[in-house]
Design a protein around this ligand. Structure first.
Ligand code: ADP
Length: 170
């Protein structure tokens, strides 16, 4: 087993594709921190506290013991340094992710050459899932139970029952 790794993202909301990457990372690293990006410049469908809580519940239900959940602002590489982690986990779905992830990895290497970016490939049953798709379907009253854990599905149902007029790009 290797040491500590950080899995950063907006997780707006956390879905089964994210959970798949997290399970794979937790099998390889001793400790994995899911780092929820606060993104103070943009209001998201779920607040940072809500996103953290949804990840915590999911991790508990999935019984993955070596995972912590935290939030961060600013540069991801600065957050990694602050917790003394030198591995950043990212997920890869389809080929189109590769270019974006590769560009981001190169930028992060420039910023912090001591940090390694490790990409895990998702299981084929999750390649179509994205937070955007999940939000869009849920906002229209569609069934997202095959894409998100039950606690996230319930949270989406509550959120869209409250705010039927919310824009789906949040
Ligand atoms: P960001 O806000 O950084 O784009 P997301 O919250 O959308 O992040 O996703 C965090 C990470 O999870 C990214 O590396 C992304 O590629 C990965 N990811 C998202 N959806 C999936 C999926 N269905 N399967 C595997 N990895 C995924």
């Amino acid at each position: 087993m290797l040491k500590k790794a950080v899995f950063p993202g907006s997780f707006n909301p956390f879905h089964l594709g994210h959970l798949d990457i997290l399970r794979r990372a937790a099998r390889v690293f001793e400790q994995v921190i899911v780092a929820v990006y606060e993104n103070p410049s943009k209001p998201l469908l779920f607040t940072v506290e809500e996103r953290i809580e949804l990840v915590r519940e999911t991790v508990k239900d999935a019984q993955i013991s070596n995972v912590q959940v935290a939030s961060f602002r600013g540069l991801t590489v600065d957050y990694l340094k602050s917790v003394e982690a030198y591995v950043m986990i990212r997920g890869l779905r389809v080929f189109s992710d590769f270019e974006f992830e590769f560009r981001m990895a190169l930028a992060n290497q420039r910023l912090a050459p001591e940090i390694e970016i490790v990409n895990f490939m998702t299981g084929e049953q999750y390649i179509h899932i994205s937070s955007t798709t999940v939000r869009e379907i849920a906002s229209l009253g569609g069934d997202v139970s095959s894409m998100v854990p039950p606690n996230v599905e319930a949270a989406l149902r509550r959120r869209f029952a409250d705010k039927t007029s919310l824009s789906t790009d949040m």
